[in-house]
Design a protein. Sequence first.
Lengths: 90, 409
Amino acid sequence: MNESTQQQVFEIIAKQAKIDTATITPESTLKDLGIESLEAIELIFDIEEHFDITFPDQQGANFDKDTAQSLVDAVQTALDGKAAAGEGSQ
Amino acid sequence: MPNVSTRRVVITGMGAISALGVGAEALWQGLREGRSGIGPLRHQDAARVRVKVAAQVPESFDPAAGIDERTLTQLDRTSEFALHAADEAIQQSGLDFSKEVGARTAVIVGTGVGGETTQDEQSRRLYAENATRVHPLSIVRVMTNASASQISIKYGLRGPTFAVASACASANHAIIQAAQMIRYGLADTAITGGTEACISYVVLRGWEAMRVLADDTCRPFSINRRGLVLGEGAGIFVLESLEHAQARGATILAELAGGGMTADATDIVMPSADGAASAMTQALDEAGLAPEDVDYINAHGTGTQANDATETKAIRLAFGAHADRLAVSSTKSMHGHALGASGALELVAVVNAMRYGIVPPTANLDQADPACDLDYVPNVARDMPVRAALSNSFAFGGLNAVLALKHAP
């Protein structure tokens, strides 16, 4: 992977929120970025598709409070879990 | 509203198929015992999906019982549920539809989507198995009006007959529509309710992607609630004008005294307290009820974070100080969220709460939520007289439909 996970996640967020990637900081909450509940669900879907990962179901119960960094961390956790489980994925 | 003379509408029959079993009685027994019909998901693709639990009609349900083979092949699971529930309701009512009664009977059945299982199976044939042919009765199985039409054909019912679709409020919208047909003289009797058979692979994946499904069970109004649990089934009712029921000496189960229908006009999924409250107020007004006359509300109570807190606010808006004196319960904790059928299953609960003076509980409510501060009748049914009651249904799309029930006159 050439780009960092953070960079890739920020690009997906920027596309969903229709904003410049540069305006996103790790501390930005999805709410700050103007992403509302249904868009957040789409965002999660886009991230899952991009990384070929599956977030746990309760991920995303708190989009108002979740930050961009927490999404990056969740992606990293899922990627680590996938690597540990070998090539097999759902 | 124009000043027209209106008729009173009563319920003289009810039938149900649900996770708690075959028949309105099986549903009621489960609810009054606080027994949950939620269990491990049974589906050929269960191992592939993250959904772990559902409130499914038990395998003991025999779709073929009492239905001839030629009809059976025309039916999606939604219509199987609806026909069986209709048989039960009509039998209880004792109505004879020969001659004029059939011509003056409406059939209005709600469903969220219609024949999803058929749609899914036939799509699988085409896309996954590269088949070129689908079953020739696919269209008549899938169409949303299939259930209403099948009931009409079986009993020779020739009045206004159609489906009503408003997602999770479909049954309540259908029941209100049927009551209005009678109230305003377009029909004397009506068969109405809701049906849904939504446990298909595509639908499970769809709900999974929305991230509103609980992975443990349905815990309405509990702070540890984790979402809704999909259910399935049907509830069907016989409605009549009061004079029609009295003239033939029918046993009246309850009066369907009013209905309220509003739209939030805000968000496609996030509920609004104002929209829900105004539907409740409308239902009270049509029924001629003051807030103080109501003893019980069967809540929409899905078990999602958003619904339960917003519905609590809405009940406070509509009922003011009386909200603290209401018994409010969500029976979805036991029969699951049967989407377009849910209001109909819940009406069985409301009618019997009034008949027997027993309010069914909210199951799985073990941790109070400060945002949900009403009396939700946690876990154990309560003996108490119910003079009048509301039944709430709120749908994705911001649609609200509320029924107001009174004791049989």
